[in-house]
Design a protein around this ligand. Structure first.
Ligand SMILES: [Zn+2]
Length: 196
């Protein structure tokens, strides 16, 4: 559906279920159309007002979103009363890679992900991995088909949490979170875990 020039009648976000619905009235047709998005972690509008028409909807990954809206995320409300505690701003530590230009880029120009503790970035094949997504539940790793390998490799890392702990608590309802990375060279997945 072409959303350009549609009027936004209403919208609703269900952040628990990561869904977002927009109800649009196209300028060319009668009636209201519903547009649904899944996997929505955050949303942002520019110029919301009654009778406004929509210019465009853009979907962004977490990394792009946090870098675009860093200022908003960091400052919160303009009166400063509700500054958002936001740790996605920079990367605190990372695996070693030999290329100093890559290290420079990672630490100074790459926005982090939003983590419980300091952001830690994984490397593979002497290069930084791509951050793929958050892992709220260990069972979400099943679809990758390499859960055991991923966990064993994680356990070898310095400062990793014991696997018994990860297996027991990397589930929804616990303040344990996984971060899934992928190597851009060999395609392997890598896991990092932190705890509140
Ligand atoms: Zn690799």
């Amino acid at each position: 559906m072409n959303v350009h020039d549609s009027m936004v009648v209403r919208y609703s976000a269900d952040l628990e279920n990561e869904t977002f619905a927009m109800y649009l009235k196209p300028d060319t047709e009668e009636g209201v159309k519903e547009v649904n998005f899944e996997g929505v972690l955050a949303h942002w509008f520019e110029y919301v007002a009654s009778w406004n028409v929509l210019y465009d909807i853009e979907e962004l990954d977490v990394k792009t979103f946090t870098s675009y809206f860093k200022k908003v995320l960091l400052e919160g409300k303009s009166d400063g009363s509700a500054a958002v505690k936001f740790q996605g701003e920079f990367i605190a530590a990372a695996d070693w890679v030999s290329d100093s230009a890559k290290r420079e880029e990672l630490f100074h120009r790459t926005p982090g992900y939003i983590s419980i503790q300091d952001v830690y970035w994984l490397a593979c094949c002497d290069d930084y991995c791509q951050f793929l997504r958050y892992v709220d539940d260990i069972n979400d790793l099943d679809e990758l088909g390499c859960q055991e390998e991923l966990l064993q490799e994680y356990a070898q890392r310095k400062d990793s949490h014991p696997l018994d702990f990860v297996r027991k608590y990397l589930h929804r309802d616990w303040d344990v979170r996984g971060y899934l990375f992928k190597c851009m060279h060999c395609g392997k997945y890598h896991l990092w875990v932190d705890v509140d």
